[in-house]
Design a protein. Sequence first.
Length: 248
Amino acid sequence: MRTAYLLPFLGSLTLALSAPCAAQSLSDRLGQLLGQSSTSENSVAPVGEADAAAGVKEALAQGTRNAVLRLGRTDGFLADEAVRIATPKSLRKATKLARKFGAGASVDAFEISMNRAAEQAVPAAADIFADTVRAMTVKDALDIVRGSDDAGTQYFRKVSEDRLRDAFLPIVSKATANNDVTQRYKTLTEKTGALAGAFGAGNMQDIDGYVTDKALDGLFHHIAEEEKAIRNNPLKRGSDLLKRVFGG
């Protein structure tokens, strides 16, 4: 149902998938390619840093694309326990009481609306990530592959998070308004009344900011997961460029 609104954003990141090859870590393989590891009669000849960096950038682009596709659809957040957006922490005790006293439907509607807003916002990340990959230098790409297990994720977050937040927030604000999420939040606090205030939920939280931050957290969570997969076996997610650069 949501697939249609993904398509305009994903053109810049569409990369062909190829058949899986023998597993080898990204850092080990890159070391061989650049002539930094010991060679044998079966090893491939070193390639230039520019070509190696291009392969790394393509693998990272594929990872961000997969994360966007996974979350930017109906139930992308709602059905994923790792990133599902729950009620704000300040309302957790109050929502338990709400369910106990018959207001569980309001809690459910509130949570669903927040997750739907995040799902609608995530496709906006595709163009931003594409820009980030295009702007990545050879040194950036090689530093990422030689860095920690989540070096690529950290790089994307550092370089693109502000732009992502600026892009997500108006989409989230529009989605929450269309889904009456703020009204549902008010209804929830009204039904819990004094009990909500007693548990620290008396003041309205910035729901749009909360959903935006959680959407970003969920997106970078899955980018980190994609990065782990890339590091374990870059060829498994490869294209013609990756086969040329990393194939042996």
